[in-house]
Design a protein around this ligand. Structure first.
Ligand SMILES: C=CC1=C(C)c2cc3[nH]c(cc4nc(cc5[nH]c(cc1n2)c(C)c5CCC(=O)O)C(CCC(=O)O)=C4C)c(C)c3C=C
Ligand SMILES: [Fe+2]
Length: 418
C-alpha cells in the first residue's frame, strides 16, 4: 500500500525523501507502506503551520534543498505543470546562472510556504505550500547554447525515433525543463507564473503542459493511482527498499561530476485513443495489459503486489499473461534488466476536431541512464506491445536532472561554476 496519487507512480513514489536524504538508504526504509506514511506525515508534522487557515494538506512541505532534487521520489501531488524554456539569442552561461539562482531561491521560498521574493501576486495567498516541489532539468540543446558543449553527457544524446511516433516538435525538447507539483492548483500555478516572469529576457517558454492525479485523502486508504484507461498504474515501479533502487534511478560515477547524484528524465506525452479502448470488453482490456482491472493483480494470479509469473499458463496451455501484454513486453526480465521510476500524470485538454478527447498520460520516467532504461524498453514496446494500438506518442523530451542544491546554493551550480 502506498500514498501514490497518480498514474505511472507506485510504491517508490510513496517514499520519504527525508529518509533517503538522511543517509538512511533504501535498506532502512521499512517498506513501501512505511515509506509512504512517513513521506507525507513527516512533511506535514515538520511544517510550520501554513498561513492561518491552511489545513493538513496545505501544510505538507517538501524541502527544496538537499542532495537530490525534490519531485523525483516524493509522493505524487494532485497537480503538475511541466514546461520547457529556450534561452533567448544572446543569453549564455552568465544569464543562465542568474536565472537558475533566482529560480532556485524562489522555489525554496514557495516550498516553505513563504511569498515569492519577486513577482508575488497573491495567487497562492491563504494556502500552505501543499507539498510543492519544483524540479529542473537540462535538455541536450542547452549545452551548445550556453557555451557548455564539452560538459554535455553522452547519455543526453537525443532519443532515437521510434516506429509510430507522431511527435510535435513544438511541444517537445527544450533547453530547460521544469516540473512543478503541488496538491493545490493555485499553489502550482502561482509557482509556474513566478518562474515564467523571472525567465523573461533570458528564456522563452517553448511549451507547457498541465497534468493531474488523485488528490491525497480522496480514497479511504492510500492506494496505487489509476490512469485514464481505468487501470491501476504504478504497481511494479522500482521500490526504494530495493537494493539497486539508487543504481536504477540516480546517475553513477560514469557520469560527469556535475551530474553525480542526479538523474535523467524522459517525458512522453501519450494520447490515449479512449473511444477505441472503451469499446473493448474488460476481459480484453485486461489481456492487453496483463493485469486485472479491478485490483491490478497480474493475470498469472495472486494480488496486486504478487510478482508477475511470465511463464504461467492457463488450463488450455495458453500464456496467462499474453505474449503482447504490456507488462510482459515492458518488464525488466524482457529487456535485459532495463528499469526506470515512472512518475506520470494524466492530462485532459478538451476535444480534438474529430470529437475524440485530447487526453492521456504525461509519461515521466526517472532513470540512471536512458540508453539502459527507456530506450530499449520503448524500442520493444513499439514493436510488440498490444497497448500501443490505443496510444499515440505526441511529444517527447529527454533532460539531465542535476543533483539537488545545498542550502544557499542553486540547481546546476556545479555545472555553471565548475
Ligand atoms: C517505455 C516505457 C513505458 C511506456 C512508454 C509506458 C506507457 C504506458 N503504460 C501504461 C500502463 C501501464 N504500464 C504498466 C507497467 C509498466 N509500464 C512500463 C513502461 C512503460 N509504460 C514498465 C517498465 C512497467 C512495469 C512492467 C513490470 O515490470 O511489470 C502497468 C501495470 C502496472 C504497473 O506495474 O505500473 C500499466 C497499467 C500506459 C497507460 C501507458 C501509456 C499511456
Ligand atoms: Fe506502462
Amino acid at each position: 500500500m502506498n500514498s501514490t496519487t497518480g498514474p505511472g507512480a507506485g510504491t517508490a513514489a510513496g517514499f520519504s525523501r527525508r529518509a533517503l536524504l538522511g543517509g538512511a538508504g533504501a535498506g532502512l526504509v521499512a517498506g513501501a507502506a512505511g515509506g509512504a506514511v512517513l513521506g507525507r506525515a513527516t512533511a506535514a508534522a515538520s511544517a510550520p503551520a501554513g498561513p492561518a487557515g491552511s489545513g493538513a494538506l496545505g501544510a505538507g512541505q517538501v524541502p527544496f534543498h538537499g542532495p537530490r532534487q525534490a519531485g523525483i521520489v516524493e509522493p505524487q501531488q494532485a497537480r503538475v505543470h511541466l514546461a520547457a524554456f529556450d534561452l533567448v539569442p544572446g543569453a549564455g552561461r552568465a544569464e543562465l546562472r542568474t536565472l537558475l539562482r533566482r529560480w532556485s531561491g524562489t522555489s525554496a521560498r514557495l516550498g516553505r510556504g513563504e511569498p515569492a521574493d519577486e513577482y508575488e501576486s497573491r495567487i497562492a495567498a491563504d494556502a500552505g505550500p501543499c507539498s510543492l516541489t519544483v524540479t529542473f532539468g537540462f535538455g541536450p540543446t542547452l549545452f551548445d547554447r550556453a557555451g557548455l558543449a564539452e560538459h554535455r553527457p553522452r547519455a543526453l544524446d537525443p532519443l532515437p525515433d521510434f516506429p509510430e511516433d507522431a511527435l510535435d516538435r513544438a511541444r517537445s525538447d527544450g533547453d530547460l525543463w521544469v516540473q512543478i507539483g503541488a496538491d493545490d492548483a493555485l499553489v502550482a500555478f502561482n509557482a509556474l507564473r513566478v518562474l515564467q516572469r523571472q525567465a523573461a529576457g533570458t528564456a522563452t517558454q517553448r511549451w507547457q503542459m498541465t497534468g493531474f492525479g488523485r488528490t491525497p485523502g480522496a480514497t479511504a486508504r492510500p492506494v496505487t493511482g489509476r490512469n485514464l484507461m481505468g487501470q491501476v498504474d504504478g504497481t511494479n515501479n522500482p521500490r526504494p527498499q530495493d537494493q539497486d533502487f539508487a543504481a536504477k534511478v540516480f546517475c553513477g560515477a560514469d557520469e560527469p561530476d556535475w551530474l553525480a547524484g542526479g538523474s535523467y528524465v524522459v517525458l512522453r506525452r501519450i494520447r490515449m485513443l479512449l473511444d477505441n479502448w472503451e469499446n473493448l470488453s474488460e476481459d480484453r482490456q485486461e489481456r492487453v495489459i496483463g493485469r486485472r482491472k479491478s485490483d491490478g493483480a497480474p493475470l498469472s494470479g495472486g494480488g496486486e503486489h504478487t510478482a508477475v509469473d511470465l511463464a504461467a499458463q492457463n488450463a488450455d496451455g495458453t500464456l496467462a499473461v499474453p505474449a503482447d501484454a504490456h507488462v510482459r513486453v515492458a518488464a525488466p526480465a524482457s529487456n535485459g534488466g532495463a528499469a526506470m521510476l515512472r512518475r506520470g500524470f494524466s492530462y485532459h485538454d478538451g476535444m480534438l476536431p474529430d470529437g475524440s478527447p485530447d487526453a492521456g498520460l504525461l509519461f515521466l520516467a526517472f532513470q540512471a541512464d536512458p540508453r539502459r532504461g527507456f530506450v530499449p524498453v520503448q524500442r520493444k514496446l513499439s514493436r510488440g506491445d498490444g497497448l500501443s494500438r490505443f496510444l499515440r506518442h505526441e511529444a517527447s523530451g529527454l533532460y539531465a536532472v542535476p543533483p539537488g542544491a545545498p542550502e544557499g546554493g542553486y540547481v546546476g551550480q556545479a555545472l555553471l561554476e565548475g
